[in-house]
Design a protein around this ligand. Structure first.
Ligand code: MG
Length: 241
């Protein structure tokens, strides 16, 4: 007997694509570009400052490269236009973003497969700044596979992960029953614990990212390492054809 499933919700970062690898590549490209524009620092020193700035001011802070220039010894930018240095970093970062921001092949294939299933709600519950998370959905080219009214960003909802109210609110909003909905995420504490707490079926994606080996309070119902495993699970346990 297969279990009924009305909806699947996905986390974005480190679930649909490797945020960690992507951010690392983009930041290295930015550092290289600033040095190419004349910044007198080694790649290592510059990258270390940038990593510290991201850690201290958060990844959503809007002026990472300004802070890097500010923190390096004064001699690093003497005689150079600071805004030009910063713009070099910003442009390289965004160019890398355009080029590298892609879902894994299996993610694309399985989302497309899911979108062909009549009546299944395919949603997003993602933490972060609305416009930044929305930009990822568009750049990743997966919007066409999602249910338009089932996309939730915490900034817009006003409730952040790991508050279980976030997940409860989404279910209420869409008139869904928790036990017939699945949440797929990489973070045991932010994704699995609260989704399990409201009664959703949970799938822990342990593919990549810094949270993939952490343990939460609750055991996920399923553990997957890629979306082909998700497809197998949906076929095996939920009767998907
Ligand atoms: Mg995540």
């Amino acid at each position: 007997m297969s279990r009924p499933l009305d909806a699947i919700f996905f986390d974005i970062d480190d679930t649909l694509f490797s945020t960690s690898v992507f951010a690392d590549k983009a930041r290295r490209a930015a550092v290289d570009a600033m040095i190419a524009a004349g910044l007198r620092a080694t790649r290592e020193d510059c990258f270390r400052e940038l990593t510290e700035v991201v850690g201290e001011f958060s990844s959503n802070f809007g002026a990472h490269f300004d802070k890097v220039v500010q923190r390096l010894p004064v001699g690093a930018s003497t005689g150079l236009n600071r805004e030009i240095l910063i713009a070099s970093g910003v442009v390289a970062y965004h160019e890398t973003k355009w080029r590298e921001l892609k879902v894994y092949d299996d993610v694309y294939e399985v989302l497309r497969w899911l979108s062909a299933r009549p009546g299944l709600v395919r949603g997003i519950i993602s933490a972060g700044i609305g416009i930044k998370q929305a930009e990822k959905v568009i750049r990743l080219r997966i919007y066409e596979f999602l249910t338009p009214n089932a996309i939730y960003f915490t900034e817009q909802v006003g409730i952040n992960k790991p508050n279980p109210k976030l997940y409860r609110r989404v279910l209420q909003d869409l008139g869904l029953s928790a036990e017939r909905c699945m949440y797929v995420g990489d973070n045991p504490v932010n994704d699995i614990d609260p989704a399990a707490e409201v009664g959703m079926i949970t799938a822990h994606n342990r593919r990549s990212g810094r949270h993939s080996e952490e343990e939460g309070r609750r055991k996920p119902d399923y553990v997957i390492r890629n979306f082909y495993e998700l497809r197998d699970l949906l076929r095996g346990e939920f009767g998907f054809g």
